[in-house]
Design a binder for this molecule. Structure first.
Ligand SMILES: CC(C)(COP(=O)(O)OP(=O)(O)OC[C@H]1O[C@@H](n2cnc3c(N)ncnc32)[C@H](O)[C@@H]1OP(=O)(O)O)[C@@H](O)C(=O)NCCC(=O)NCCS
Length: 259
């Protein structure tokens, strides 16, 4: 089997009506690759990683954050370990700088991470796994807008979980676009049959968001949100280890494999 072609040195920023979505497989990566990815993390990410209790969660953290850095670096034209980020009031990571040239957001569940990138509009993404009927009833009755909770309760069991997941990911993507908290988003009305819809910004914010459902693996759902009402399309990419750019430094100790 021939080697995969090298990724482009520089990726073009998405057009204003596009969101780029990068799918990252977190499990089954080569241990050497995990060490190379650990190498591009910044000190605070390494510290967070070190606090995770299981080797599996350390590997997933390393791959999601390391791969995200490698992809962002190719849009920015800099080395992955040179990317500087800050976090907004409720923890949304963003590029450090007065006027960043791109916006991004990350979501992960099980062995999947999804990195969403937009040019100027704030972006939020969410991927979730199907929940059981008990969770669905409890959360929707307690936190969803009243008409949505009633509609869900009237949806036949079996279908209800899938509908809940669709609404949940739309709500969370909206919250993440504005860098808010989950509690702001749960009452946000997001029901609608179209895969692309406009909703008000969650919490007490002004303006609106454009939401889009994303095709996700079986028993999962995903959604992406951009600020503003203008429609957008999503373009999907798959991250590959070839995207990892070495820091040139010695490979980090095999911390991701420690017990
Ligand atoms: C943002 C939030 C909805 C994400 O929930 P989640 O389903 O667990 O996580 P996801 O996998 O979709 O996204 C996590 C990623 O989103 C980003 N993120 C973190 N806080 C964010 C925020 N407020 N807005 C947007 N993105 C955020 C980070 O990249 C994070 O990845 P990391 O933890 O590996 O650094 C939730 O953490 C939240 O409500 N945060 C606000 C602060 C808060 O209330 N914290 C208490 C925790 S319940």
């Amino acid at each position: 089997m021939g080697r995969a072609p090298a990724p482009p040195a520089r990726l073009s920023l998405p057009a204003h009506d596009l969101a780029h979505l990068w799918w990252i497989a977190l499990d089954g990566q080569d241990p050497y690759e995990c060490d190379r990815l650990f190498d591009v993390l910044d000190p605070s990410e390494r510290q967070r990683c070190g606090k995770l209790s299981s080797p599996g969660s350390r590997v997933r953290f390393t791959v999601s954050h390391g791969a995200a850095r490698c992809v962002l670096a190719r849009y920015l034209g800099i080395r992955p370990h040179n990317i500087r980020t800050t976090t907004s009031r409720w923890g949304k990571p963003e590029l450090d700088g007065i006027k960043p040239i791109l916006r991004f957001n990350l979501s992960h569940v099980d062995g999947i991470a999804l990195l969403a990138i937009a040019r100027t509009r704030e972006i939020g993404v969410d991927i979730e796994r199907r929940r059981d009927a008990e969770f669905v009833s409890a959360v929707s009755a307690r936190h969803f807008a009243r008409n949505e909770a009633r509609w869900l309760a009237a949806t036949p069991c079996g279908r209800r979980e899938a509908v809940f997941l669709r609404l949940w990911t739309r709500k969370e993507a909206s919250v993440k676009a504005v860098g808010g908290r989950l509690g702001d988003g749960l009452p946000l009305p997001v029901a609608g049959r179209c895969r692309s819809l406009v909703v008000p910004a969650p919490g007490n914010r002004t303006g609106s968001l454009r939401l889009r459902d994303i095709r996700a693996p079986r028993d999962h759902a995903a959604a992406v949100a951009l600020t503003g009402a203008l429609p957008f399309r999503a373009v999907h990419h798959w991250w590959r280890p070839e995207f990892t750019e070495s820091t040139g430094a010695a490979v980090a100790p095999a911390i991701t494999r420690q017990g």
